[in-house]
Every structure is written in structure tokens, then in C-alpha cells.
Design a protein around this ligand. Structure first.
Ligand code: SF4
Length: 372
């Protein structure tokens, strides 16, 4: 099957690969809300949310985001803080900001119409090579290959190549992916290219998985040079980092407020997002935390301690918080959902039963900050 040389597939192999892959996809693909629809906006939102995020982790956010912002116009007209609040917990908030900016650009410059080619899509803020190819093929049927980490892994294993991050190595993978993409035939009503791309990503996500590929159930097993004896991808070095945060609350009548910090608009990481006030580790040495948890971001594990301000007279921990006073805000517990919380802050507040798992249907109902 690999008679065109190692790393290349013969015309016959390409034909068989496409046929087996699409048959498998049509009978095994997960039923996901952005599949089988004809709505470029929804495809776009799903592709942006799926960047660096697993399907299981973004499904609830996807549904909620589209209830809040069902159209490009609804998204463009929303304040950024509302978009970030809805995105809260997904991480990589630049994605939300770019999505919002692109929606505003579309509404002001293109009457809200999403470009229907990969080249046109790349003129929008935050849409690069991968996302433009995904939207153009899935929503508009363009014959262009999508190459994400899952697709690259499948192609490396099929062809028995070692991972090569050089420009030439990456081009080879893109060329190989492009050679597999079916071209639209006159009169064909199906979206062959979009389905093929989704099938490739699905295969990598559910069968040709990074650690333990399910080769015995793989639809392209017969075409694969490695069949699980794949070249292992180098692992990123896991790093560990301790961190401590303050949980300070106050009672106002029947309401409890929580003290939070709003990161500055020009902060390098997560600008404008809201979190618990950070504490230096030296301030909590020898203290027993209220809560301990691990929080992973990319290749770093944060070992987090949450320390409660114990008693109204005890101000030691509060004084140890070294952020500007005007960045501190008191937020009533029932309105925490209205804030663009960091994923860690959301996780902590949920663990401490200060927030429910799902937020209110419409955070617009919540009022603004309560400044002490
Ligand atoms: S046979 Fe195994 S290694 Fe090859 S593509 Fe299928 S799952 Fe991946």
C-alpha cells in the first residue's frame, strides 16, 4: 500500500484510506451538537472552544455560550466582560476576546456575514491556518486539510515517521494531509472534505490516542505501518508550582460577599479576569489551609492552598495580600457567576459550595460589583 515510498501513500492506498475512514466515521462518530448542522457561526465557536480543550470539558460551555450569544450579532453587541464571564472556566481567554473582536469586525465591516473561504476567514482576528481550514471545510465544503495534534499523530503513525518539528517536517505532514482530502465532485451534495477532516480528528481523539492506540478496532489498521509500534512523541516536562490564595468573606444582612481581585487590563496573563487574592507562600508557612487542590495549566501543576481569613479581628492574611487596593472587589455570592472568573477561582468557589456547577441562564440579570 505504501509503494510510493515511506511516508507517502499510493493512489490506491489513498482511495482505500478515505473509504474506510468515512465509513467508520459515519457509523462510530460521537453525537456532538456541532455536527450535522449547517451554521458557520456554530462551527466557528466549536472550533475555537476545542483548541487546547477536550470535548468533555467544553460541551456545557458550548451550549451555554450559544444560548447567551446565538448569533454573530448577539456576540458582537455584548460587552467583553459578559463574553469572558460566559467563557469562564475554559481557560485561554484570548480565544474569547478574539472571537468577540472578530464578531464585531464582521458586523461593522461585512454586515455579519462570515467569509466562506479559508483565505477570507483568515482576515478575521484570531483565526489562523487551523481554524480557517476547519470552518471552511466543515461549514462550506472547501477541500482543504485540517492538521491538528490528533491528525498529525495519525499521519505519523500511518506512515511510520518520527515526529519532526522542523519547517520541512511540518510541511511534509501538511502535504500528506492534503493528499488525503477528497475533492468535491459536481452534483455531490455531501460535504466530503468536511466529513473527512472531522473523521481524521475523531480517529485521533478516540482510537489513535496518544498513549494507548486501539489498533485492533482501527478502521485503517491495514494501511498503518506502525500499528501501535509508533514512535513515541517526546513528552513535555511536567513542572510543579506552589500557590496560595486568600478566601475572605463578609456578612451583609442575609448576603455573604467574597473578596476577589480583578487582574489589571494590561496584565500579561489573563488580563481583566477575576480571581481570589493571591498570598505569598511565606505568609502561609506553617498554617493549615482550608482547602488544598491541584490545578493543571499546560505543563505546570499548581499545588494550591486556600487560606481562610479566620475571624473578623484577624487581619494578618488580608495584609499579606500585595495587590493594589483598587483591584480588590467584594462580590455577593449569588452574583459570582456574572464575573469573568479564572478557571482556578471557579474551581475553588465550587469546591467550597459558594457557586453551583451551572450558572444562571442569563448572567445579564446579575448586578455589578460591590466595592467595599
Ligand atoms: S493502526 Fe493503530 S497506530 Fe495505526 S492509525 Fe490505527 S490506531 Fe493509530
Amino acid at each position: 500500500m505504501h509503494d510510493a515510498g515511506q511516508g507517502e501513500l499510493s493512489a490506491a492506498a489513498i482511495h482505500t484510506f478515505r473509504r474506510k475512514l468515512i465509513h467508520w466515521y459515519r457509523t462510530n462518530a460521537r453525537d456532538l451538537p456541532w455536527r450535522g448542522i449547517c451554521d458557520a457561526y456554530r462551527t466557528w465557536v466549536s472550533e475555537v472552544m476545542l483548541q487546547q480543550t477536550r470535548v468533555a470539558a467544553m460541551l456545557e460551555h458550548y451550549e451555554r455560550f450559544l444560548r447567551m450569544f446565538p448569533t454573530v450579532f448577539a456576540l458582537a453587541l455584548a460587552p467583553e466582560a459578559e463574553v469572558l464571564a460566559c467563557w469562564s472556566g475554559l481557560g485561554y481567554y484570548r480565544r474569547a476576546r478574539m472571537l468577540h473582536k472578530a464578531a464585531q469586525f464582521l458586523v461593522t465591516e461585512r454586515a455579519g456575514v462570515i467569509p466562506d473561504t479559508s483565505i477570507g476567514l483568515r482576515t478575521l482576528p484570531g483565526i489562523g491556518e487551523y481554524t480557517s481550514a476547519a470552518i471552511a471545510s466543515i461549514a462550506f465544503g472547501e477541500s482543504i486539510a485540517v492538521v491538528d495534534g490528533n491528525v498529525e499523530r495519525v499521519l505519523l503513525r500511518i506512515t511510520g515517521r518520527a515526529e519532526d518539528t522542523s519547517v520541512a517536517g511540518q510541511k511534509l505532514i501538511r502535504d500528506l494531509a492534503a493528499s488525503l482530502i477528497p475533492h468535491k465532485r459536481v452534483g455531490d451534495e455531501t460535504n466530503a472534505a468536511g466529513d473527512h477532516n472531522q473523521a481524521m480528528m475523531e480517529l485521533g481523539a478516540t482510537v489513535c490516542t496518544p498513549k494507548a492506540p486501539l489498533c485492533l478496532t482501527c478502521p485503517v489498521h491495514d494501511l498503518c505501518l506502525t500499528r501501535g509500534e509508533h514512535v513515541k512523541l517526546p513528552r513535555g516536562t511536567q513542572k510543579s508550582h506552589p500557590a496560595a490564595y486568600l478566601l475572605a468573606t463578609r456578612k451583609r444582612g442575609i448576603t455573604t460577599d467574597v473578596l476577589l481581585e480583578r487582574r489589571s487590563a494590561d496584565a500579561r496573563l489573563m488580563p481583566g479576569m477575576v480571581e481570589l487574592p493571591p498570598l505569598p507562600m511565606s505568609a502561609v508557612a506553617g498554617r493549615e489551609p482550608l482547602l488544598r487542590l491541584r490545578h493543571a495549566i499546560t505543563n505546570t501543576n499548581y499545588y494550591v492552598e486556600i487560606h481562610a481569613q479566620s475571624g473578623s479581628g484577624e487581619r494578618v492574611l488580608r495584609r499579606a495580600v500585595k495587590v493594589p487596593a483598587d483591584s480588590l472587589i467584594w462580590q455577593p455570592v449569588p452574583q459570582l457567576h456574572a464575573l469573568p472568573l479564572t478557571g482556578l477561582a471557579r474551581k475553588v468557589l465550587m469546591r467550597l459550595d459558594l457557586m453551583a456547577v451551572a450558572g444562571p441562564e442569563n448572567p445579564r440579570r446579575a448586578t455589578g460589583f460591590v466595592i467595599p
